[in-house]
Ligand binder design. Structure first.
Ligand SMILES: [Zn+2]
Length: 337
């Protein structure tokens, strides 16, 4: 028979009543001056003592029993009916090791979710969303970029057409993803090219002007077609909304398309693509250039030149990091395939 002393609080005043408590036939019996109550154990809740503090037994009607007799409180906790969920929680709480392990697991789940889960869901969503959705996001993004940082191209129409014709000729000879080529002037973007969701490829005037050969422009466009092929910008937009991507993937809800488009320009400009995505686009470009019988070195030449000139403004390289490492495969002699 467990018997222990403590202070009883009646839930009405802050006064402590010295009492003795005992366990009796499934009840906690509390007795003291003018106090005689018996509470069924299934209506009792024991908060384990923390350090040297007294343990608290919660009773119905906001009444409490405080006791420093930790051994007796432990007995009381053990005597309580099994199967109450808080007992299990209390059991775990009382073991620091479990608590720390639970914390570590939580951190891993959140970290893993952000590092791998969200990109994986974004990849899934990018494949399950109908093509019309990314076209719509791409149009929204382009409108936004035109408002902020893109103006009509100042390149002669003949120059634009010549480049467009060369691209079209290449895409008759090999499979290109559906795309649309646009030239735009943008002091902010500098020498740059971007692939928007839905296949719109924007090439800036500065990039064309810095090229020494049309094939250099085509090589950059080939890289952007790689981003189009793998729907990278859509994945980027989906990743940026994080867990929201999961909702889009699961529900196919496209109500938030405008929100998706809103953040994309800055993402595309601020090294938004992951290295894996860049590698995928590079691999696509290398195969494309070989199929087109364009020396892969054209891509390396263009990137290297932009790299030198881009000390103080946003450039293709800001969104395409690790230039030296990246251009290496393009320096090997290409072969027409
Ligand atoms: Zn890229």
């Amino acid at each position: 028979m467990t018997r222990f002393s403590g202070d009883f609080f009646d839930g009405l005043t802050s006064r402590a009543h010295p009492v003795t408590a005992s366990l009796e036939a499934g009840h906690l019996r509390i007795e003291g001056d003018g106090i005689a109550i018996a509470v069924p154990l299934d209506r009792v809740d024991v908060a384990p003592p923390v350090g040297a503090a007294r343990g608290v037994v919660h009773l119905p009607e906001a009444r409490e029993l405080h006791s420093a007799d930790h051994a007796a409180l432990s007995e009381l906790a053990k005597a309580m009916p099994s199967g109450r969920p808080e007992r299990w929680a209390r059991h775990l709480e009382s073991r620091l090791g479990y608590a720390l392990a639970a914390l570590a697991v939580s951190v891993l789940i959140v970290f893993g979710g952000l590092r791998w889960g969200v990109p994986a869901m974004a990849l899934l969503a990018s494949h399950t969303l109908p093509a019309g959705v990314d076209r719509h996001i791409g149009e929204e993004t382009l409108l936004l970029m035109e408002k902020i940082s893109l103006s009509p191209s100042t390149l002669p129409a003949a120059r634009q057409q010549a480049l467009a014709h060369q691209l079209a000729a290449q895409c008759r000879g090999q499979a290109c993803p559906p795309h649309r080529l646009l030239f735009r002037d943008s002091p902010l973007f500098g020498a740059n090219a971007m692939a928007l969701p839905g296949g719109t490829v924007v090439v800036t005037d500065a990039l064309v002007k810095q090229s020494h050969h049309d094939e250099e422009v085509l090589a950059v466009i080939a890289h952007e077609l790689g981003h189009v092929q793998h729907r990278h910008s859509l994945r980027l937009a989906l990743q940026s909304i994080g867990a929201g991507a999961i909702l889009v993937a699961v529900t196919g809800d496209i109500g938030s398309v405008t929100d998706l488009a809103a953040g994309l320009p800055s993402l595309l400009l601020q090294s938004g693509y992951s290295r894996d995505m860049e590698r995928e686009a590079d691999t696509y470009a290398l195969a494309w250039l070989n199929a087109a019988c364009i020396p892969p070195k054209r891509f390396a030449d263009m990137l290297g030149r932009i790299d030198k000139d881009a000390s103080d403004k946003a450039s293709l390289l800001d969104s395409h990091p690790g230039t030296v490492e990246r251009i290496r495969p393009f320096l090997a002699p290409g072969g027409c395939t």
